[in-house]
Design a protein around this ligand. Structure first.
Ligand code: FA5
Length: 342
C-alpha cells in the first residue's frame, strides 16, 4: 500500500474513532494517538526520510492535509464535548431556588455592652462627651489627687491590685476626673466608661473585674441642684419615667457633700422584696460636689468654678434592670445565659 493510501486509511480510522470519543478525557487520548509528538501522523513524517526525494513533497502535502482535517475535526468535537460536559454539570448542580435559605448565625451585643451604651446615650442626650483612661493607673491619680494620700483610711474601701508601690490596676474610674481636668478647662461635661479591678472575695454582687461609668461636670455656678436634676433625669431615662429617686448622704473623700442615689425597686414597686433587701430602694450610684481641693490639685480656681461627679457600676445596673441574680454570670461566657438577652 502506498503512503498516500496508508494516510487515507489512518484518516478514515481517526475520524471514526473521534465520533466514539465520548468525553474530554477520551478526546485527549485520541489527540495523543493521532496528532501527538509520538502519534501516527508524526510517524508518517518521520518515515518520509526513506522516500525518494521527488515523492517527499507530495507525501508531505497529503500528511499536512490530513493533519489539518483532523485538527479541525478535533476542534469541533472538543466544542461539542465541552457543551455536553457543561450540560451535565448544570443538571447535576441545579440550584433549587425554592429551598428555604440556611439561617445565618449572627452575634449579639453583650448585655453589659448594651447597658453601657444605654447609659452613654442617656448622658450624650444631656450634652456629655465620652472619654477614656488607662486601666493600669498611677497611685497618684487613683488615690492621691483624689484626697486619699498614703495611709488615708478610705483607701481600705478599695482592695487594690498593686504592680508596685506607685502603679495599680485602677479600682474605680474616678482617676479620670483628674486626667480630664488636667487636659481640659471648664466648662466640662464628660463621662468615662471602663473596666475597674478590685481584689475582692467575689459574691453575687461583687466581682474582681467590673465596669464603671464616671461622670464629671465643671462650670461656673454648678450646684447640688444640677447634680440632682441631671441624675434624676438619667435614672428615669434608664429605668422608666415613673421611677422615684432618693438621694442620701454618703462619703467619698473627693466630693463634698457626697451622696448616693437610689431608685424605688421596680420589682416590688417599693413594697420590699429579696432584690431590694426588703428596703424598697435600689442604690445605683455614688456622687457629690467635686471637693475644692481636687479642683485646686488641677489648678482650677475653686472660687470661680464648681462641679459635680458621679460613678456607677453598669454590672449592678444590669442586674437590677434584667432581674439577674449573680453578677459573676456576665463574664462566664455561658452562651445559654447570654443568649437570653438577645
Ligand atoms: C466608687 O468607686 C466611686 N469612685 C464613685 C464616685 C464617683 C463617687 C464620683 C463620687 C463621685 P463605689 O466603690 O461605691 O464608688 O463603686 C461605685 C459602683 O461600682 C458601685 O455602686 C457598684 O455598682 C460598682 N462596684 C464597686 N465594686 C464592685 C464590685 N466588686 N463588683 C461589681 N461592681 C462593683
Amino acid at each position: 500500500m502506498s503512503i498516500q493510501d496508508q494516510v487515507a486509511e489512518m484518516q478514515q480510522r481517526a475520524l471514526g474513532e473521534l465520533e466514539t470519543a465520548s468525553d474530554l478525557v477520551a478526546l485527549d487520548e485520541w489527540r495523543l494517538k493521532y496528532l501527538g509528538k509520538k502519534g501516527e501522523l508524526t510517524g508518517f513524517l518521520r518515515s518520509m526520510g526513506s522516500l525518494p526525494a521527488e515523492e517527499r513533497p507530495v507525501v508531505g502535502q497529503v500528511v499536512n492535509a490530513a493533519r489539518k482535517l483532523l485538527e479541525e475535526a478535533d476542534g469541533l468535537r472538543q466544542t461539542r464535548l465541552q457543551a455536553i460536559a457543561l450540560d451535565q454539570r448544570l443538571a447535576a448542580d441545579r440550584v433549587d431556588v425554592t429551598l428555604p435559605g440556611r439561617p445565618v448565625e449572627t452575634g449579639r451585643v453583650h448585655i453589659i455592652t448594651r447597658t453601657m451604651r444605654e447609659i452613654e446615650s442617656a448622658f450624650k442626650a444631656m450634652g456629655f462627651q465620652v472619654a477614656e483612661g488607662p486601666e493600669v493607673e498611677l497611685d497618684f491619680y487613683n488615690f492621691e489627687q483624689l484626697n486619699m494620700p498614703p495611709g488615708h483610711p478610705a483607701r481600705s474601701m478599695h482592695d487594690t491590685f498593686y504592680f508596685s508601690e506607685s502603679v495599680v490596676l485602677r479600682t474605680h474610674t474616678s482617676p479620670n476626673q483628674i486626667r480630664v481636668m488636667e487636659k481640659q478647662k471648664p466648662p466640662i461635661r464628660v463621662i468615662v466608661p471602663g473596666k475597674c479591678y478590685r481584689s475582692e472575695a467575689t459574691d453575687a454582687t461583687h466581682d474582681f473585674m467590673f465596669y464603671q461609668v464616671e461622670g464629671l461636670a465643671v462650670d461656673r455656678n454648678v450646684t447640688l441642684a444640677d447634680l440632682r436634676g441631671t441624675l434624676t433625669d438619667f435614672a428615669r431615662r434608664l429605668f422608666g419615667a415613673e421611677r422615684k429617686v432618693r438621694f442620701r448622704c454618703d462619703y467619698f473623700p473627693y466630693v463634698e457633700p457626697g451622696v448616693d442615689l437610689s431608685i424605688d425597686c421596680m420589682l416590688c414597686g417599693g413594697k420590699g422584696c429579696r432584690v431590694c433587701k426588703y428596703s424598697g430602694w435600689l442604690e445605683i450610684l455614688g456622687a457629690g460636689m467635686v471637693h475644692p481641693q481636687v479642683l485646686r490639685n488641677v489648678d482650677i480656681d475653686s472660687e470661680k468654678y464648681s462641679g459635680f461627679a458621679f460613678g456607677m457600676g453598669p454590672s449592678r445596673i444590669a442586674l437590677l434592670k434584667y432581674g439577674i441574680d449573680d453578677i459573676r454570670q456576665f463574664f462566664r461566657n455561658d452562651l445559654r445565659f447570654l443568649e437570653q438577652f438577645a
